[in-house]
Design a protein around this ligand. Sequence first.
Ligand SMILES: C[S@@+](CC[C@H](N)C(=O)[O-])C[C@H]1O[C@@H](n2cnc3c(N)ncnc32)[C@H](O)[C@@H]1O
Length: 235
Amino acid sequence: MTTLIPQEVANKRYYQDVPDYMTEVYDWAYVNPRKARLLDRKLVVSTLLFGNDQRLMRAYLDAIRPGDKVWQVAHVYGDLVQRAADRAGSAGRFLLTDVTPIQVELAEGKLEGIAQAEVVRADAAGFQLPFTPDLVCSFFLLHEVPEDKKRAIVDNMLAQVPVGGRAMFVDYHGPKPWQPIGWLLKWVNRVLEPFAEALWRKEISAYAEEADRFEWRKRTVFGGVYQIVSAIRQR
Ligand SMILES: C[S@@+](CC[C@H](N)C(=O)[O-])C[C@H]1O[C@@H](n2cnc3c(N)ncnc32)[C@H](O)[C@@H]1O
């Protein structure tokens, strides 16, 4: 006789040890396995980023040199993780962390068979890399986490970067007053993304305890809606 396991019970493992902000705010986007599987498409990322997905991804991918050891702190829908692992190449290493079980599962599926890639379930705020990285990258993670978590993630990423090593943050930014998308995003933030607007007012470097050890560069695109920030450790 087959015993049918109720769907909620089967799904419980997807909620184990997931941070509160993820289940309370982002369940529909990143935790619920059925919805996450539906959303994991290039078109979704492209739509959410108003068609800026490729140029934002390119900024990150161009920063990866063949042979680099890379830590990407969280999964991203679409094909970014495979492309980043491919850029690092067989002489490099690509380690992806994510805090939710379904995202780890989705990423493992994409990176299967790429020898230099591995996926670890971990909170980016506390994870210790098993190697010294050339590049660590947060691609649209910071706007989704509360302020204390932003600080902890930025500090943990930077703490692992050696002298000459690089950190990169691609995320939202305060739109210029003339950018009409700003009004739409204000509404989206009120309804869906309560932690995002802090990045409109505060520099990412301001979350870092040891900001002065790094050389920071920032450029914005799409009328200020997005920022691409790099930090190179000087000492
Ligand atoms: C990178 S962000 C959003 C990226 C982009 N909007 C997309 O389309 O996928 C989403 C990911 O961050 C993960 N995440 C949230 N908090 C995290 C944390 N503290 N550590 C690691 N991953 C985290 C979520 O599980 C989710 O997979």
